[in-house]
Design a protein around this ligand. Sequence first.
Ligand SMILES: [Zn+2]
Ligand SMILES: [Zn+2]
Length: 194
Amino acid sequence: MESFDVLLERSTKVHGHICAGQVIGVRMSMLGLAAIGIQDPRGLDRKKLYVLVEIDRCATDAIQSVTGCSLGKRSMRWIDYGVMAATFVNLDTGKAVRIVAREESRELSKKYCPEIENKYQRQLGAYRVMPEEELFTVDEVHVDIPKEDMPGRPLRRIQCESCGDWVQDCRDVEQNGKNLCRGCANGKYYRKLA
Ligand SMILES: [Zn+2]
Ligand SMILES: [Zn+2]
């Protein structure tokens, strides 16, 4: 595993700026990978690793950068809970941990960098040095990953009988005897202009 500083530098480049979320995301990933026995996430171990992130904020970019997992590779899944947490899964052994960034760490930052007045700068500094158990809660968990959510070729491609779009990965919905895309079944997020 590369050092914290190397990983933080890379994630900062990918993300576009340094922020507390980068520090949290890099440390969370290092902790998660160690806990499930992954040493070389972007190399030898890359096919063993699966990550579920629960928020679409800064730290998620850091998790992507450290683990090499991504939405496009289907090795990362975004579960839209709005919680600063991620679950790291070793697909080989089934071992998995869910790590949550503790809310208390925001206040605790005063203990480590009291001299920094700006709250965000203080958190950035403190999160680098704060012990893991003050920064995170770690739980060993079991995750069932559906076959259609795994990397690899799509299990199925179905044409929506309403709009004609092709739907992959079993995201089609049967409604009143018709195979539909989710948009046609549940309402679309967009509205076509004339
Ligand atoms: Zn950021
Ligand atoms: Zn459709």
